[in-house]
Design a protein. Structure first.
Length: 364
């Protein structure tokens, strides 16, 4: 399978050239045992370095990235919490790729996650034929991360039942996994470089509270939505180009349309407009990730069905799929925005007029 056929490459595949550049320029920096690159190189990979032509990948709190790296240098695990769509998973992937050159050791937390997913299971055909041995054992991502001294990513840990979450308590404190079936040989000791990055959504259904014992083994960092409109605009533009790939050169990405999209999301998220009008914020998640999804959908519509450009009218159509998810009252809040904010701006700006004219049809 060629790289073009892969829908989504891992971070270490997408940014292999940048990681190679950082490795080549990482000779004099102090490097922790088990880390592929130094903490300085990890920081540069995530926040960018103009001299080395390393692109910025995380647009948010730079100090948060520094604290996250320092946490992973120690014995505590890193817990990234925040609302859905605030780039927690992306940050954990970038950290794992830069530190271990492997972001693929991942557990996706669900209500169906079992202890086997965290520790090990068995190939029962081999188990019956040869008995319990290393050949018949099927290692979990945690097992592999401990054995290889790498970062393990645990996505949406609070979706797992509490008794499954607590399996991590002994693994994180003792840094040892016991395998009773293998007798005296049944111990896996974590190598230097092993640590855990977990993520959890603050606002979601079907989540479980973490025990105090497990919380004590993590340093918590809250990833907040991007408050800076300029930052968010730059991020959406960058992510849109990455999503489009080769198509980015064939689609006219209008700055005014991106500005309109950012303004809508910023105002609905914050509950106030630039002019000081108070709004009721929708219950739907108005995250930067959702804004990128809308921009991508609008670009594809423009390329395949339109005039190969981003269109403000298409944004009005795509907003339906974001806003109308949970609460029926969100439609009323969007109608208020259209009638009281978009209508006035449409009188003075052609981009807002295209958005308002298209939106009138959908937000009756």
């Amino acid at each position: 399978m060629t790289q073009q056929q892969i829908i989504k490459q891992s971070a270490e595949q997408r940014f292999q050239e940048e990681l190679d550049i950082l490795s080549q320029n990482d000779g004099g920096a102090a490097k922790p045992l088990g880390w592929v690159r130094s903490p300085k190189a990890v920081r540069q990979f995530i926040l960018g370095n103009e001299q080395l032509k390393i692109s910025r990948k995380f647009f948010g709190d730079d100090a948060l990235v520094d604290r996250a790296i320092v946490t992973l240098l120690g014995k505590q695990g890193l817990m990234l919490v925040g609302e859905p769509g605030t780039a927690k998973s992306m940050l954990s992937e970038l950290l794992a790729a830069a530190i271990s050159d492997d972001s693929g050791l991942t557990i996706q937390g669900t209500a169906g996650t079992t202890e086997d997913h965290l520790k090990y299971s068995w190939n029962y055909a081999l188990l019956l034929a040869e008995g319990p041995n290393e050949k018949s054992l099927v290692p979990s991502p945690v097992y592999q991360a401990m054995q290889q001294g790498k970062i393990i990513r645990f996505e949406e840990i609070t979706r797992c039942p509490p008794e499954i979450q607590d399996v991590l308590v002994s693994l994180m404190s003792e840094k040892t996994m016991m395998i009773p079936e293998l007798g005296q040989q049944g111990r896996v000791y974590a190598k230097a470089g092993f640590n855990i990055i977990a993520t959890a959504n603050l606002r979601d259904r079907g989540v479980h509270e973490m025990s105090s014992a497990l919380k004590r083994r993590f340093n918590f960092e809250t990833v907040k939505p991007i408050a800076d409109a300029v930052f968010e605009r730059e991020l959406i533009f960058t992510q849109l180009q990455r999503e489009l790939g080769d198509l980015s050169a064939q689609v006219n990405i209008s700055e005014s349309v991106i500005d309109l999209l950012v303004t809508i999301f910023q105002e609905l998220r914050q509950g106030t407009t630039k002019d000081g009008t108070t709004l009721k914020t929708p219950d739907a998640v108005m995250s930067t990730a959702e804004a990128v999804n809308i921009a991508y959908a609008v670009a594809l519509e423009g390329y395949y069905l339109g005039d190969q450009s981003l269109n403000a009218a298409a944004i009005a159509k795509q907003l339906i799929g974001v806003v109308l998810k949970d609460n029926p009252d969100d439609a009323k809040r969007m109608r208020f925005y259209m009638d009281n904010v978009a209508r006035e701006r449409a009188k003075q700006d052609a981009t807002w007029k295209a958005f308002f004219d298209a939106g009138k049809t959908f937000w009756q």
